[in-house]
Design a protein around this ligand. Structure first.
Ligand code: NAD
Ligand code: ZN
Length: 359
């Protein structure tokens, strides 16, 4: 299986997309959007793809809180009333919430209709739209229900990023950093040298990041081994994300929490495997200069540990499963750091001066 072959971008991508739409035009093409991608991205898509004609648009509400089975039900119902069949096509035009819910709705509609992703956030371009994981949250627990289902193709058009808010861009940038760190020192240095994330939103850097994920997915689609490397930064990151969603009126975005997770888990990587301290300092410097410092106090640490033990990746709650790196470009998975070290890593983040910088 070579899933990477179904990723298209640039002008070749637009031509290929026209072809796909033509192929499905007789059996029905449906476009899934949220209110923001309807406003900012749908006009661009319609303008570029004449073949879309008056295809039915299905609109869902944006935001993580709508990544639910009732949103999926709404999509199924609209597809039914529009007369969609298994041979129709669903175009998921949006960020990770649209690709996760849309992919799941399509994969389960009449036992599976075809779908494609046109990611419109940086995070969805480099991560969520790739790799075939689809699903929804259940009672606010992330991604509890879902299936592995691959889209027919993924189209990466960086022009959609023009309207994406800066904070959302930084959220995606954290996943690019993760890919770079598990890929190689050169890749990491490249992102660092770009200094401001604005500069790395060009197609070249995005496709480099895509390639890291696709290479791993091609080797281990169902996450029995190597794919776990993509969870680097996510054991602590997910706990911080859930904590923030529970307590903050304006919670951290996924990537903002992952940036903290990357830092803490690099600290653990240094302690267990001797990851280069200089690289940890560079990462700390970058993250503290790009992302706001999140307040964590000693009481928070207890709750974060409890949240980590609920993480679905842990076979049992007494051992926390981490994906770490021995060094840049050397991922290592199924690591079980002790609780004391996890606490220390959170204290390392807590004590980092805001705007901490090494040259
Ligand atoms: N399936 C996977 O492998 C995978 C991997 C990583 C993340 N995810 C999931 O992805 C989700 C997060 O995705 P996200 O960060 O893309 O969030 P999102 O889908 O919520 O999009 C973020 C915001 O940007 C808006 N938006 C999207 N494109 C826009 C554009 N071009 N211009 C202006 N506004 C735009 C959206 O309406 C939304 O308000 C989470 O639910 C996460 O669990 C899935
Ligand atoms: Zn992530």
């Amino acid at each position: 299986m070579d899933i990477a072959n179904s990723i298209y971008s640039g002008s070749e991508g637009w031509t290929q997309l026209e072809e796909v739409i033509r192929e499905y035009s007789k059996s029905g093409v449906y476009i899934l959007v949220d209110e923001n991608t309807k406003r900012f991205c749908l006009p661009v898509l319609r303008n570029k793809c004449e073949g879309l004609g008056e295809s039915l648009v299905i609109e869902v509400h944006s935001s993580e809180s709508n990544k639910t089975i009732s949103t999926v039900e709404k999509i199924w119902l609209e597809l039914v009333s529009a007369g969609a069949t298994r041979k129709s096509l669903l175009i998921c035009l949006g960020g990770g919430v649209v690709s996760d819910t849309g992919g799941f709705a399509a994969a389960t509609f009449k036992r599976g209709m075809d779908f494609i992703h046109i990611p419109t956030t940086l995070l969805a371009m480099v991560d969520a739209a790739l790799g075939g994981k689809t699903g929804v949250n259940l009672n606010s627990i992330k991604n509890q229900v879902g299936v592995f289902a691959l889209p027919e193709a993924v189209f990466i058009f960086t022009e959609f990023l023009d309207t994406l808010p800066a904070r959302q861009k930084l959220s995606g940038y954290a996943e690019m950093l993760k890919h770079a760190m598990i890929d190689s020192k050169i890749h990491f240095e490249q992102l660092l040298a770009a200094a401001s994330p604005e500069k790395v939103f060009d197609e070249f850097h995005i496709l480099e990041s895509v390639a890291v994920k696709m290479k791993i997915i091609n080797e281990d689609f169902t996450e029995t081994g190597l794919r776990k490397a993509l969870n680097f930064g996510h054991t602590i990151g997910h706990a911080i994300e859930s904590y923030s969603q529970k307590y903050d009126t304006d919670p951290l975005l996924h990537g903002e929490a992952i940036a903290i997770g990357l830092l803490c888990e690099s600290f653990i990587s240094l302690r267990i495997f001797g990851m280069d301290e200089n690289d940890l300092k560079k990462l700390a410097s970058l993250i503290s200069s790009l992302y706001p410092h999140y307040r964590i106090n000693p009481a928070t640490v207890d709750e974060l540990l409890a949240l980590m033990s609920h993480d679905k990746k842990n076979a049992n709650s007494s051992e926390l499963n981490f994906s770490l790196i021995r060094n840049l470009g050397e991922p290592v998975y199924d690591c079980f750091p002790d609780e004391k070290l996890i606490r220390e890593s959170l204290h390392f983040y807590m004590n980092l001066p805001a705007g901490f910088y090494v040259s």
